[in-house]
Design a protein around this ligand. Structure first.
Ligand code: GLN
Length: 200
């Protein structure tokens, strides 16, 4: 029997429902995650956009930082969007807020200035013929990428989609423009075996 792999969405705060709706439109089974036990059997995990200080504080309070790090070390694919990308970063400029810190990148929060706190832009990815529509909301800037980090897309010279092994980070919100291709990349990072061993 083939068990449909379940993608977890961290659901403490932020736009987790938008990720859920997007996965539903892709006919992907999703589970909202608020406790370590809900990480069991997941094929991938999404850290949504929202407020990274709040999500980080709740990750810490509900003792999820270590269990997520352990699963990342064991190969769990993770996608972080906007605040999610901040939480994946090893370094957050000028902040010691709680974080997962699993990707070798540095980010600067709210880095696009007051006048353009939110904007949309077409983002070119080499893998795709058509650009992605990126919705940036008080987005971070990725200011450093480590040696093992691939830059998959840039906007105005700055990396906006990066990958390190099975970890993906986007500084914008693909889920708000109905863009499924980033989520498809997350699913593509899932090792084939996990589709038959996923358990609940
Ligand atoms: N500015 C937010 C933060 O620092 C991120 C914004 C977002 O996720 N849209 O956490």
């Amino acid at each position: 029997m083939v068990v449909e792999p379940t993608v977890g969405i961290l659901a403490f705060q932020g736009d987790f429902q938008k990720h859920r709706e997007l996965l539903a439109s892709m006919e992907v089974d999703a589970r909202l995650v608020r406790a370590a036990s809900e990480l069991d059997g997941l094929s991938a995990l999404i850290i949504p956009g929202g407020e990274s200080t709040t999500i980080g504080m709740l990750l810490d309070r509900f003792d999820l930082i270590r269990p997520i790090r352990e699963r990342v070390a064991a190969g769990l694919p993770v996608l972080g969007t906007c605040a999610g990308a901040i939480l994946l970063a090893e370094d957050i400029e000028g902040s010691n807020q709680p974080k997962l810190g699993v990707m070798d990148i540095t980010v600067a929060r709210n880095a696009y200035g007051r006048q353009i706190e939110s904007f949309e832009a077409d983002i070119e990815l080499e893998a795709f013929d058509q650009p992605l529509r990126g919705v940036f909301i008080r987005a971070p800037r990725i200011t450093r990428v480590g040696r093992d980090v691939e830059v998959l897309a840039r906007f105005e010279g700055d990396p906006v989609v990066v990958r390190q092994g099975r970890l993906l980070a986007a500084t914008f919100h693909p889920e708000l423009s109905g863009e499924t291709r980033i989520h498809t990349m997350l699913r593509a990072a899932v090792p084939a075996a996990s589709s038959s061993t996923a358990s609940r």
